[in-house]
Design a protein around this ligand. Structure first.
Ligand SMILES: C[S@@+](CC[C@H](N)C(=O)[O-])C[C@H]1O[C@@H](n2cnc3c(N)ncnc32)[C@H](O)[C@@H]1O
Length: 274
């Protein structure tokens, strides 16, 4: 008998089934992340083993949708990591100001908080009227939530603190209207955001942009897939365009490390070389 870990084999067959039947490709996500999520999903579903999940995924679309949600982590915040947004204001905005029209791509935008944060900065810098923000994710539920722009009131204290720490000088409450337990983001912020379904693994370049932000997404991919997605970002950026990965991700181990110049070492902000 071959020395193969049965659980790993079952996971690989399950991911193959998801890909072949639904087109979602998790085969090159980080093994530890995928294993943790699948084990958790199996326990919640009450099924005995992963092979049973495979059969259910192939025959029950509702179960497959639930599994897709389980495999996607959508945690996010407005002005998440305020120091990152401070660096955007200091180091990236002056570059964007040099362009007559500005296109920004938020890849893996989840429920939209990052895109709204960027819209606020662009408005405060007087650049929003000439800006289009493409905010993409492969999770349709998260995207629908993002498009509505309705968030829980209970989050606003934290978001306000983040905004202030990021260098925001206005009153954060001016950017939304409260309605019972929720807030709704202003229409003036939504107007130049284009929400779109885009899968970083299987879809290709859709626009040439001056700025790409992709934070807390590549950490779930293995090295090979990170390389592939970095190539997609490189091909989507104009020469001199800016790539923002945030403090958890880096270009260091990718094939494109030599093709960018570091703008902010800590926040992992890079400029594509001419
Ligand atoms: C943890 S959230 C990060 C959200 C936001 N960028 C932030 O840093 O706050 C990760 C997001 O990446 C998305 N994602 C994961 N794999 C993806 C893929 N292959 N294509 C597009 N989005 C993906 C998930 O759906 C999720 O919304």
């Amino acid at each position: 008998m071959r020395d193969i870990d049965t659980t790993e084999l079952e996971i690989s067959l399950l991911l193959e089934a998801v890909y072949q039947k639904y087109g979602y490709d998790f085969r090159q996500y980080s093994e530890a992340h995928i294993k943790r999520r699948i084990m958790n999903s199996r326990a919640m579903s009450g099924l005995e083993n992963i092979s049973q999940m495979q059969s259910k995924v192939l025959n029950d679309e509702a179960f497959a949708s639930k599994l897709l949600q389980d495999l996607s982590i959508t945690v996010t915040e407005m002005f998440r990591d305020p120091a990152f947004y401070r660096s955007i204001r200091e180091n990236v905005i002056p570059v964007l100001k040099t362009y007559p029209f500005i296109k920004i791509w938020h890849a893996g935008c989840s429920t939209g908080q990052e895109a709204y944060s960027m819209a606020i900065i662009m408005q405060e810098e007087g650049l929003y009227d000439r800006t289009t923000i493409y905010a993409t994710d492969f999770n349709q539920l998260a995207l629908s939530h993002a498009k509505e722009g309705i968030f829980s009131n209970s989050m606003m204290k934290e978001y306000t603190t983040n905004y202030q720490l990021s260098g925001g000088k206005e009153s954060f409450s001016g950017y939304y209207t409260s309605s019972y337990d929720n807030v709704i983001m202003n229409q003036s912020l939504k107007k130049n955001i284009v929400w779109a379904n885009h899968n970083l693994v299987t879809d290709s370049v859709f626009a040439e942009v001056q700025l790409i932000l992709c934070r807390n997404v590549l950490i779930y991919f293995n090295r090979n897939l990170q390389n592939k997605v970095q190539r997609l970002f490189y091909d989507s950026l104009v020469n001199g365009g800016i790539l923002c990965l945030g403090s958890k991700e880096s270009l260091r181990f990718t094939d494109l490390n030599e093709d960018y110049t570091e703008v902010d070492k800590k926040q992992r902000i890079y400029k594509k070389d001419y």
